[in-house]
Design a protein around this ligand. Structure first.
Ligand code: NAI
Length: 297
């Protein structure tokens, strides 16, 4: 089979001045995509700004014979998102791929988590993906083509101490991914998510000991495949770490049915309700509703 290529495609990669985003941008560009390298160039906690990181990645891409433009707008506002997409349209005339990767951390135990720490994290991760994807979506629908890859995290999907803001944002991205997959289906817009693990400045304190084994560049092939025309799936979430790729999914147990359910029934049948044998993986909420209708009949 032929190698995976992106000739003629235009990609926006947010937060691409370093870490995972930089690797995604370099890989897509090396395979022929023209890339908008977006990054505000702030700290891990989202303070400050610097045009240097985005420009350096653009220089790297151009030096390797690729094509890229820098973008320093923040994803965290509707205007910023619109400006990023406008930049792509102005320079390259189209947007085929959006990789929502920009991110910050403001960790604290829930006891000490303040509303502004929640807002800042939701703004960049969850609303940021919304703000960039929506103007791109309008354009993608017109052209009946699009690929969006969102960046979730096992901190949200599975839970992690001190990350109630981040976990909420990251699981919110799974919901966004699934709804956009449903809405994009008839427009040839596919939307998937990754939950990466990689050594970057964001994770060096906790993952430092795993070193080279979890290089961020080992996550990018997953992003590139999900961003490719041949991507066979939509609305799915892939764990990507150190060269291992696996699928996260939401399963529904067969459960227990009783048309005159009481609270004691719930207590007495709890093991059956939880039992995983025979679970299904609904593709959308209509799968669950059809199952329910069958039982109710
Ligand atoms: P990183 O800190 O190297 O990269 C994040 C980039 O986003 C930075 O370059 C930063 O300047 C940029 N950014 C922050 N706020 C922005 C904004 N408002 N607008 C535009 N750019 C902005 O960290 P890393 O690890 O590369 O993170 C990339 C993504 O992967 C994040 O969404 C992160 O939450 C996610 N992730 C990373 C994991 C890991 O193991 N490294 C684990 C799970 C998720």
């Amino acid at each position: 089979m032929a190698d995976i290529g992106f000739d003629g495609r235009v990609a926006i990669v947010t937060g691409a001045g370093g870490g995972l985003g930089r690797e995604h941008a370099l890989l897509l560009a090396s395979r022929g995509a023209r890339v908008v390298v977006n990054d505000v160039g702030g700290s891990v906690s989202g303070e400050g700004g610097d045009a240097g990181p985005a420009q350096r990645v653009v220089d790297e891409i151009n030096a390797a014979g690729g094509e890229a433009v820098p973008d320093t707008n923040s994803v965290a506002t509707p205007d910023g998102g619109a400006a990023i997409v406008a930049n792509a349209l102005e320079h390259f005339g189209q947007v085929d791929i959006v990789v929502n990767n920009a991110g910050i951390l403001r960790d604290k135990s829930f006891q000490n988590m303040s509303p502004d720490m929640l807002e800042a994290v939701l703004d960049v991760h969850l609303k940021g993906a919304f703000y960039v994807s929506r103007p791109a979506w309008v354009h993608m629908r017109e052209r009946s083509y699009g690929r969006i890859v969102n960046t979730s995290s096992n901190s949200g999907i599975l839970g992690n101490f001190g990350q109630s803001n981040y976990g909420a944002a990251k699981m919110g991205l799974v919901g966004l991914t699934r709804v956009l997959a449903v809405e994009g289906a008839k427009h040839n817009i596919k939307v998937n998510a990754i939950a990466p693990v990689a050594l970057t400045r964001m994770t060096e304190e906790i993952l430092g000991s795993m070193g080279e084994k979890i290089k961020p560049g080992l996550v990018s092939p997953v992003v590139a495949y999900l961003a490719h025309e041949d991507c066979p799936v939509t609305g799915e979430v892939y764990s990507a770490a150190g060269g291992r790729i696996a699928r996260f999914f939401v399963g529904l147990t067969p459960g227990y049915y009783n048309p005159s359910l009481t609270v004691e029934d719930v207590r007495d049948h709890f093991a059956e309700i939880r039992a995983e044998d025979g679970y299904i993986v609904p593709a959308s909420n209509s799968d669950e509703i059809s199952l329910l209708l069958k039982q109710l009949r």
